[in-house]
Design a protein around this ligand. Structure first.
Ligand code: SAM
Ligand code: SF4
Ligand code: SF4
Length: 342
């Protein structure tokens, strides 16, 4: 990946030349639904509240990361909107020099109530997960009710002025096929961008199999047959996971995130911080880099911002080149998606 000219020595560059500018912050492992591709159905043991980083701790971590070239944040979880007063965290993060983009990924259930305060706090972009427009299918996937609340959340976000809202839909064989055309019609008629994400081996129940992945190419073929040709859109950034297209009739755009059929690790620029303050250099890494221990050590043993910066560098230096999902010796990570932060 060619490095921009204004990169200084302290930036987070790994052994393969990948510059890390993007941080995904999980603010909770809790969720108000139980999607089968992510969480267990029952008896979920959540982290005790005191183990989660406070807003002050997250802010300090981000300040250090911003000093090392991180400029984009995405808040996620679990369901980030169940973390109380999330807008206050956004306000803090929006004031950190160097942070120029803050996005949020949400299931949308609590969005109608929070859209306005999130916007005022400085949130720039919203991704809303929507796998179906059918309530029975929503219940089958999430083991909860609530599709109408998600739709209310989407429209409330548009009303308060969020632009370029993206819908994320999971792509799972024998589930998603029937949802593709209704979701595309909904997105096209409501000025929303739709992205399909291939199912990854990050479900808590361990049911993932390669043949359950509905590939982006298959979805593309279905869309072209139903609507019109899809024309490639030039990538805005080489590191963006999605390949985007516009419908040739000029109505709407569609994107594909194909981590299984077309891995994009070679251009990865992402780091993650779990809700309990562990840095992970890859969704598929099992190694935790314990930022919380340093954040909480400050008053006792004097861990400094430089120590935190060093931890970030050590974590990035240890990053593997790729996830290896399709290799014979692939090992599923010890945490599921809701515990890492998607
Ligand atoms: N709760 C929020 C939501 O659902 O949008 C944010 C966290 S969720 C873990 C973030 C994204 O991860 C969602 O779009 C979800 O569809 C996706 N996801 C969860 N499990 C996945 C899996 N096994 N494979 C691919 N994507 C997954
Ligand atoms: Fe919750 Fe998001 Fe996981 Fe669904 S995908 S269970 S909404 S964290
Ligand atoms: Fe980056 Fe790991 Fe995802 Fe590959 S699998 S894109 S290296 S986070």
């Amino acid at each position: 990946m060619p490095l921009p000219l204004n990169i200084s020595d302290n930036h987070l560059i790994d052994r393969f030349g990948r510059l890390h500018t993007n941080l995904r912050l999980s603010v909770t492992d809790r969720c108000n639904i139980r999607c089968f591709y992510c969480m267990p159905a029952e008896n979920v043991v959540f982290r005790p509240r005191e183990e989660l980083l406070s807003f002050e701790e997250i802010e300090r971590f981000v300040r250090v990361a911003a000093g090392l070239g991180i400029n984009k944040l995405r808040l996620t979880g679990g369901e980030p909107l169940v973390r109380s007063e999330l807008h206050k965290l956004i306000e803090r993060l929006a004031n950190i020099p160097g942070i120029d983009d803050i996005a949020l990924t949400t299931n949308g259930l609590l969005l109608a109530d929070q859209a306005a305060v999130l916007q005022t706090a400085g949130l720039h972009r919203l991704n809303i997960s929507l796998d179906t427009l059918n309530e029975a299918t929503f219940e089958r996937i999430s083991r909860r009710t609530g599709l109408q609340k998600v739709l209310d959340g989407i429209f409330a976000a548009q009303k308060v002025g969020f632009k370029k809202i993206r819908l994320n839909a999971i792509a799972i064989r024998d589930l998603t096929e029937s949802e593709i055309i209704p979701l595309a019609e909904f997105a096209r008629s409501n000025n929303l961008e739709l992205r399909f994400i291939e199912f990854m081996p990050l479900d808590a129940e361990g049911n993932w199999q390669q043949d359950k992945v509905l590939t982006g190419q298959t979805i593309r073929d279905i869309l072209e047959a139903a609507f019109c040709p899809l024309e490639p859109v030039e990538r805005q950034e080489v590191s963006q996971p999605a390949v985007d297209f516009r419908f040739a009739d000029g109505i709407g755009r569609i994107g594909f995130i194909n981590p299984v059929s077309e891995p994009f690790c070679g251009n990865c620029n992402r780091l993650r911080l779990t809700a309990e303050g562990q840095i992970r250099n890859c969704l598929f890494s099992d190694v935790d880099w314990d930022a919380r221990a340093l954040l909480r050590a400050e008053t006792k043993s004097g861990a400094s911002d430089a120590d935190l910066g060093q931890l970030l560098h050590d974590c990035v230096s240890a990053k593997q080149p790729a996830h290896g999902i399709s290799e014979n010796d692939f090992q599923k990570p010890n945490l599921a998606m809701y515990q890492i932060g998607g």
